[in-house]
Design a protein around this ligand. Structure first.
Ligand code: F6P
Length: 366
């Protein structure tokens, strides 16, 4: 029977949902019942640490290659993070282009297909490799949910659950002490996590990168809340949010090999402005990497499973250069090139109430 070798890797920030996707790539590819009708026997190699693994993996490398079978991945569906490891290595980094080494290693490892699970950076590399002749397929993940071409990215739902649970925890202490809590979420330049996390947790104010906020308006809303009897308030602010006319708060000077600055600090800045403006007891909490941690939610387990199965369906069809997506509620496939388009962001017109700094209050109105 014909043989074919699939390499699978996870790149970029880790999150919940990666392990279920890997598990189902393996289970579907190695499914003996399907082998006869496919006429192909697949083998799956896990590549460790994202694209870094393909820079350093030589045939037989134990450090960067993990042969995967049903026994190895059996319990992975319920585990967070990525059992393969990840990195933000960019083989096409103009300062250190290692793409030729990656292409050589793909050939030397005998990989017929590479399935990359990642966000815009990891999948951008997959797309470039596809253009250079690699049979690449992408599976979308990022807690930021900003990847173009898909309505869902693995990890987002679990991160929303973390935000909701942590805000629930803050409420009891905020109420006890009559405090304002500013909660900083991740999301980079997109406000999906903050907006949807704020809606799920019932935050009083939600600030997103897509809409520059006025500190005076934030303080006015908080006073209004206090006047109408609120003992405490929760303000959710996305790490990429900025005061109108201001700029994003950056943590440190460095950039990663894809050129991204590390964001962080807007929560503490805003808490300071509220203390200054209103003289109220205000604290800030940065949820940070807690949002990426923990076991995957039921939705991320199922979506990981379906995305993994769909990726193997594409392999079987020989339909390469595709991104598995969720489109209008259905698992589909779109050209991988879509990941090079502008990242998705919150539509302020239809999804945000810029007067209240919160989620919209009309949904079915014209
Ligand atoms: O893209 C996912 C993300 O979690 C962003 O929301 C955040 O800005 C960034 O990664 C943090 O990355 P790191 O793990 O490198 O600190």
């Amino acid at each position: 029977m014909k043989k074919s070798r699939i390499g699978v890797l996870t790149g970029g920030g880790d999150c919940a949902g990666l392990n279920p996707a890997i598990k189902w790539v393996v289970k579907t590819a190695l499914d003996e019942r399907l082998e006869e009708e496919r006429g192909v026997r697949y083998e799956v190699l896990g590549i460790r640490d994202g694209w870094k693994g393909l820079v350093y993996a030589e045939p037989g490398s134990k450090d960067y290659i993990l042969p995967l079978n049903e026994e190895v991945v059996r319990t992975w569906g319920r585990h967070g993070g990525t059992a393969l490891g990840t990195s933000r290595t960019n083989p096409y980094d103009p300062k250190n282009d290692q793409s030729k080494t990656v292409l050589k290693n793909i050939k030397n490892l005998g990989l017929d297909v590479v399935i990359a699970i990642g966000g815009e950076d990891t999948l951008g590399v997959a797309h470039k490799l596809y253009q250079e002749g690699v049979n690449a397929i992408g599976i979308p993940k990022t807690i930021d949910k900003d990847l173009p071409g898909t309505d869902y990215t693995l990890g987002f739902d679990t991160a929303l659950n973390v935000i909701t649970e942590e805000v629930d925890r803050l409420r009891t202490t905020a109420d006890s002490h009559r405090r304002i809590f500013v909660v900083e979420t991740m999301g980079r330049h997109a406000g999906f996590l903050a907006l949807e996390g704020g809606e799920s947790s019932g935050a009083f104010i939600i600030l997103i990168p897509e809409y520059g906020f006025s500190i005076d308006r934030v303080n006015e809303l908080l006073l209004e809340g206090k006047r109408t009897g609120a003992r405490y308030s929760i303000v959710i602010v996305a790490e990429g949010a900025k005061p109108e006319g201001g700029s994003e708060v950056v943590a440190g000077d460095g950039v990663d090999s894809f050129g991204h600055k590390s964001l962080g600090g807007i929560g503490e800045f805003l808490a300071g402005e509220i203390r200054k403006g209103l003289g109220l007891d205000t604290r800030s909490v940065v949820l940070s990497h807690l949002q990426r941690g923990g076991a995957p939610s039921a939705f991320d387990r199922r979506m990981g499973r379906h995305f993994g199965i769909a990726a193997v369906d594409l392999v079987v069809k020989g339909d390469f250069g595709k991104l598995v997506s969720l489109t209008n509620g259905k698992v589909a496939a779109v050209p991988l090139e879509v990941v090079t388009e502008k990242p998705r962001s919150v539509n302020v017109e239809t999804e945000y109430d810029a007067g209240r700094y919160n989620g919209r209050r009309t949904i079915l109105a014209d």
